[in-house]
Design a protein around this ligand. Structure first.
Ligand SMILES: Nc1ncnc2c1ncn2[C@@H]1O[C@H](COP(=O)(O)OP(=O)(O)OP(=O)(O)O)[C@@H](O)[C@H]1O
Ligand code: SF4
Ligand SMILES: [Mg+2]
Length: 380
């Protein structure tokens, strides 16, 4: 059983530029609900709109990006406890947003080198967040917390005085994660947090992150191209193509029995870590340009299963015919209007035991009082 919703995104549309200036739509009608403690993996080819969506949720999208439709509701736990309050992120004023960002909802960006201030020491960057949001704390308390945060992500306290350029890429990324978790947010959005790192460091950081998530109970939106990683760490995976969600399912269902030809193509583009050797097929062609979106299903020019109706009718996300799970797919092969090829009609797999990284969300502890500082004891 998953927790109550922490984020509800409904029919979100995002454009770059206004229509009169020749703007283009980068994200179309994206709808999903994220529950407390849930890890949602977001995958899709380059340019599919993942970052645009990620930046729009906390309203951090920069011009010419503009949210043109839909709703983003964040369920904020009031300071001191009590029932959550729904905050409409798209109409929230600057003060409300400033009080939510970092405190309840934080982000880890793709490139830590660009996200950290290159001319400020790590200590200053960590304590800045605390100075803004914990005004009652003394400098000694802030420093103590900064040390705890660094240790929490496996960096020794003597690196507090370092500048970002004196740290390795992995350490910088860990600092970003420490900053994102400083105020115990309910949701952390991570946009390819480890893509630029070697696989060993990547692994270490992901393990630490998932351990922290188990202890602290935050929900995660994790963006990556690496579907095998998502199988291990995500509860749910959403696949994005041309700015739309085309399939959403539990991680096991999506990876073991994909229903959308694009999800299947993405999976076939990765080498399997286990099992017999398989030829990697990939997906023919390239994603469409935002300025020349095909009619009908946006994937049809690349889809080996495309039929007549796919050229003119855009399928909507819906439960696939004959599936008993909660997954949704946007494809005419799954709505009963056409026969479904056997490889896209694999039975829904039983949920496997949680992986090393994955904890059933029910086992994730409730977040502690947001005012209460974590102690080293809480984290060890
Ligand atoms: N500032 C901008 N102006 C115009 N178009 C933009 C801008 N930023 C992004 N886009 C377009 O929006 C679309 C989605 O881009 P986005 O960066 O969200 O993709 P992505 O899925 O995060 O890709 P990647 O995996 O490469 O990070 C792309 O077609 C991109 O060219
Ligand atoms: S709707 Fe048609 S073109 Fe689109 S993915 Fe399904 S079969 Fe392929
Ligand atoms: Mg991106």
């Amino acid at each position: 059983m998953l927790g109550e919703p922490v984020l509800e995104v409904s029919k979100l549309c995002i454009d770059y530029g206004l229509p009169e200036d020749g703007g283009v739509r980068a994200v179309t009608d994206v709808t999903f609900t994220l529950r407390r403690g849930e890890v949602l993996g977001l995958a899709g080819e380059s340019g599919s709109g993942k970052s645009t969506l990620a930046y729009a949720i906390p309203r951090l999208l920069r011009a010419p990006g503009v949210i043109t439709g839909g709703d983003v509701i964040f369920h904020q736990r009031p300071v001191g406890g009590g029932p959550s309050q729904a905050v409409d992120m798209l109409t929230a004023d600057a003060e409300t947003l400033a009080n939510i960002r970092w405190v309840d909802l934080s982000m880890v960006f793709q490139s830590a080198m660009h996200a950290l201030n290159p001319v400020a020491r790590i200590e200053g960057q960590l304590t800045d967040v605390l100075r803004r949001h914990r005004p009652g704390w003394s400098p000694a308390q802030r420093k103590e917390r900064a040390v705890e945060l660094l240790q929490m992500v496996g960096i020794s306290a003597d690196r507090l005085r370092a500048f970002p350029h004196e740290l390795s890429g992995g350490m910088r990324q860990r600092v970003m994660i420490a900053m994102a978790l400083a105020l115990e947010p309910a949701l952390v959005i991570m946009d390819e947090p480890t893509t630029a790192l070697d696989v060993v460091t990547q692994r270490e950081i992901i393990e630490e992150l998932m351990e922290l998530r188990e202890r602290l109970g935050f929900a995660v939106i994790f963006i990556t191209h690496d579907l095998s990683l998502l199988l291990e760490l995500a509860d749910t995976i959403a696949i994005m193509y041309a700015g739309r969600l085309v399939e959403m399912a539990t991680a096991t269902e999506l990876v073991r029995a994909p229903r959308h030809p694009y999800s299947q193509g993405l999976l076939n583009s990765f080498p399997a870590l286990h099992g017999a050797k398989k030829r990697m097929v990939g997906i023919p062609g390239a994603p469409p340009s935002l300025r020349a979106m095909p009619a009908g299903c946006k994937f049809h020019p690349r889809c080996v299963h495309a039929g007549e109706s796919c050229l003119s009718v855009e399928p909507r996300l819906a439960r696939p015919n004959g599936s008993f799970s909660a997954r949704t797919v946007a494809c005419t092969l799954q709505d009963g209007s056409r026969p479904t090829p056997a490889e896209l009609a694999l039975p829904d797999p039983a949920e496997t035991a949680p992986s090393r990284f994955r904890t059933p969300a029910a086992a994730v502890p409730a977040p502690s009082d947001p005012n209460q500082n974590l102690t080293v004891g809480d984290l060890s």
